[in-house]
Design a protein around this ligand. Structure first.
Ligand code: HEM
Ligand SMILES: *[C@@H]1O[C@H](CO)[C@@H](O)[C@H](O)[C@H]1NC(C)=O
Length: 330
């Protein structure tokens, strides 16, 4: 301590410092998510209710697990995890569902709405749609034998949506590795997070219209036999019917959450261009190789990247609202 300083002045400085500390800690609390116990007192059965709703949906249709994980991703990347993607078109909302990357592609809305109405029945107006979506993505992952993690809670729902922002912030299958790295970096996710999260392409499906150019272009960085196999169920000529034909993103084990996706990439059997760029002589090759050899590392990294993704710009405290129906604002 500086004894040349007057006692008064010293006290005043200490007082100011204390205030500053207090202020900075409260702003932190206001913008951060809470632990997974957030609803323990206000809705103790929330998490078990969501879980049974999601496991029922996934046992009805296994692909739904993939669709729900993707829905959470497409929510979080556009103005944060605020359930904006769930809002329908209306007088005041231009739905993100009609953004290029979502239209005729994003699915699982009814499953989230069903889980929400089950939760509303036991504790009306308490649990946000954004939290339900985050928990659903975790439960869906677990339902297809993927890793588990504690979902941080306390997100609130937006009262707006932005289709133009969705078109800007959601990745395109034609993106280069550099573009993907930059896009994820802009959401505070590293290249390693990006590769781990892309590993969810170990389940789910893509439409012919999105991978046709890759499987018919002789200059593609693609295994020739794999291209021929995929051509069988994806006609060279575009038509609405042909474009909608589906193929598994992971041809080997399309329904289980494993490391096969990364093995495929090493064999040049990535279905989308944006899959193969992760292993094409660039900076992420080593990560792909690592995950292909160590499912354990992939699972752990996937779980922590999902937690980071779920942390993107949440609405907390008194911001936004708790929607009663996920597809419309209150
Ligand atoms: C790295 C950039 C990414 C690009 C360019 C991309 C692109 C795509 C495309 C084009 C599809 C097929 C959609 C369709 O045909 O309708 C798809 C499906 C899917 N994506 Fe991604 N994705 C990326 C990252 C991610 C991430 C980070 C996740 C989750 C954390 C994810 C999860 C999924 C899942 C699970 C499916 C299958 C959905 C279903 O079957 O309904 N993707 N992705
Ligand atoms: C939102 O749109 C979906 C799909 O068209 C529809 O099933 C649902 O009922 C709509 N929500 C409301 C509240 O009208």
């Amino acid at each position: 301590m500086d004894y040349s300083m007057g006692k008064d002045r010293y006290l005043r400085i200490m007082h100011a410092l204390t205030l500053l500390l207090l202020l900075s800690s409260t702003t932190c609390i206001a913008s951060k998510l809470s632990s997974s116990t957030f609803y323990d007192r206000t809705c103790p059965k929330a998490l078990s209710t969501i879980r049974s709703s999601i496991s029922r949906a996934v046992s009805r249709e296994r692909r739904m697990a993939a669709s729900l994980i993707r829905l959470h991703f497409h929510d979080c990347f556009v103005h944060g995890c605020d359930a904006s993607i769930l809002l329908n078109d209306s007088d005041s909302i231009t739905s993100e569902q009609n953004a290029l990357q979502n239209k005729d592609s994003a699915r699982g809305f009814n499953v989230i709405e069903d889980a929400k109405s089950a939760v509303e029945k036991i504790c009306p107006g308490v649990v946000s749609c954004a939290d339900i979506l985050a928990v659903a993505a975790r439960d869906a992952t677990v339902a297809v034998s993927g890793p588990s993690w504690d979902v941080k809670l306390g997100r609130r729902d937006s009262i707006t949506a932005s289709k133009p922002q969705a078109e800007k912030d959601l990745p395109l299958f034609t993106a280069s590795l550099g573009e993907l790295i930059d896009l994820f970096e802009s959401k505070d996710l590293s290249a390693r997070d990006m590769v781990a999260l892309s590993g969810s392409h170990t389940i789910g499906q893509a439409q012919c219209g999105l991978f046709r150019s890759r499987i018919y272009n002789s200059k593609s960085d693609i295994d020739a036999n794999f291209a021929r196999t995929r051509q069988r169920r994806c006609p060279a000529t575009s038509s609405p019917q042909a474009d909608a034909m589906l193929a598994a993103l992971d041809l080997v084990t399309p329904n289980s959450f494993d490391s096969n996706y990364f093995k495929n990439l090493i064999q040049k059997k990535g279905l989308l261009e944006s899959d193969q760029v992760l292993f094409s002589g660039g900076s992420t090759d080593a990560i792909v190789t690592e995950y292909s050899k160590s499912p354990k590392t992939f699972r752990a990294d996937f779980a922590s990247a999902m937690i980071k993704m779920g942390d993107i710009q949440p609405l907390t405290g008194s911001a936004g609202q708790i929607r009663r129906i996920c597809s419309v604002v209150n």
